[in-house]
Design a binder for this molecule. Structure first.
Ligand SMILES: *Cc1c(COP(=O)(O)O)cnc(C)c1O
Length: 444
């Protein structure tokens, strides 16, 4: 029993100690001892965490700022308007809605603004990384919108532009989607937006994974390339609280979105997200270019180092990656499920993932691993550190060294990276007092 547990046990019932211990163990493990490499996750800065833990999270605010169905929102109204202004500045768009409480809810809202039951949508194929909400199994299907996939080029690891143009012209859908959950290279938004607009279709870009890269100007600029509406999560490469957002310059679409979010898909929009998202928008306005550029450099360095260690890394033809992601084919090493588990035993947290040539029924044991460099970057790692990480991968998956032994070295390595970068230097204890925070985050 540690000193900490002894003290807790002296003062608290055992059941309470259990809850505290589980939370603290998780925090210590994932925040201090792991290499977190799941591409859909990130870390908020301590400052964003502090403003996230405030009283706004206890309150209700249905409707729009200054036109609410609840009292007590004087500061929340101003906060919501300001957070949306900051997002508007960051993404160079006129209209922002921060009320969708997740990326999936943002997608449902956009679909419902553009199409109804029985209408058709041409969407990114599952091979190009479509999210479940883009499919008949998810939100698209639940709204009764038909899912028609664009063809994919395995060689380029991207949508096949010529074949996709043909499909869009034939189908004449209500809308076309781009963006995905497993992707290495920007989608051909410019080429295919023109075709979509020719047949009267709107273009939606799901930026959930790459919003932080777009903010830093280091990925494609979907609106400039012709997208009418961006939907996104706010917690992947955009290192904010779990949530969603819709961005657009299309006034008519925006008006529809405003009327759909509430009352259809959201009642209260989890108000503590607002100040936290605003802090992250500011972090990206100040440090976003440097942050996003380093993520992409790190992802590329990681891919090259893994290839040099003998791994089968996808996307070689186009330099492995232009996003935060790296894809490995690990069939020869025991398959995705087994490899992800072995890495977890060494404190390296990754996703097993279907690769573009896998059959959907392989979902429980797919061929691939999906890695992301965004959180490693947030903790201050650079290209040379990616080489070290590639060596850990080799020791576990190729040399079949005991993962427990590698874990010791991973924990030692992580000790060099205990501080979040690309944020403001603030006297946290002073901020805590100012915010009247009752709590301190649990770590030890
Ligand atoms: C993660 C993801 C979503 C869903 O986001 P949630 O916030 O988890 O609901 C939507 N689209 C894509 C492409 C994603 O990767």
């Amino acid at each position: 029993m540690s000193e900490f547990e002894k003290i807790l046990k002296e003062f608290l019932p055992e059941e309470v100690v259990k809850v505290i211990k589980l939370t603290a163990s998780h925090n210590r493990w994932r925040k201090r001892e792991c290499l977190n490499m799941i591409p859909s996750e990130n870390q908020m800065s301590p400052l964003a965490e502090m403003v996230y833990l405030t009283d706004m999270g206890h309150r209700y605010a249905e409707g729009l700022p200054y036109k609410r169905y609840y009292q007590g929102l004087i500061y929340v109204d101003e906060m919501e308007v300001y957070a949306q202004e900051l997002m508007s500045k960051l993404f160079h768009v006129k209209y922002v809605d921060l009320r969708p409480i997740s990326g999936t809810i943002a997608n449902l809202t956009a679909y419902y603004a553009m199409a109804r039951y029985g209408d058709k949508a041409v969407v990114v194929p599952v091979q190009a990384g479509a999210h479940v909400s883009h499919t008949k199994y998810g939100g698209l299907g639940a709204l009764g919108i038909q899912q028609i996939e664009m063809p994919f080029s395995l060689e380029d690891m991207n949508i096949d532009v010529d074949k996709a143009a043909k499909v869009i012209r034939e189908v004449k859908p209500k809308f076309v989607t781009f963006g995905g959950s497993v992707w290495l290279f920007p989608h051909p938004v410019k080429e295919l937006s023109e075709v979509a607009h020719e047949v009267g279709a709107k273009v939606m870009y799901d930026a959930a994974h790459v919003l932080g890269l777009i903010a830093g100007g280091q990925f494609q600029d979907p609106i400039k390339e012709g997208a009418d509406i961006i939907t996104s999560s706010t917690h992947k490469t955009f290192p904010g609280p779990q949530g969603g957002v819709i961005l657009t310059n299309d006034e008519e679409l925006y008006k529809k979105v405003r009327k759909i979010v509430f009352p259809i898909f959201v009642s209260n929009h989890h108000l503590h997200r607002l100040p936290a998202t605003a802090i992250v928008a500011l972090e990206l306005l100040y440090f976003g270019k440097e942050y996003a550029a380093q993520i992409i450099k790190n992802a590329k360095a990681l891919a090259e180092a893994l290839a040099a260690e003998g791994f089968n890394v996808l996307g070689e033809k186009h330099g492995y990656t232009k996003s935060h992601q790296v894809l490995l084919d690990v069939r020869a090493l025991g398959g995705g499920a087994k490899c992800a588990k072995m890495l977890e035993d060494a404190n390296i947290i990754v996703n097993k993932n279907l690769l573009p040539y896998d059959k959907p029924e392989m979902i429980k044991d797919p061929s691939g691993l999906r890695l992301g460099a965004q959180e490693l970057t947030r903790w201050g790692m650079k290209e040379d550190d990616m080489k070290e990480i590639a060596r850990f991968f080799r020791r576990v998956l190729i040399d079949k060294e005991d993962p427990a032994k590698v874990r010791k070295d991973v924990i030692e390595f992580r000790k060099n990276f205990q501080k979040i970068h690309y944020t403001f230097d603030v006297p946290l204890e002073e901020v805590r007092k100012l915010l009247k925070l009752e709590a301190l985050p649990l770590l030890e």
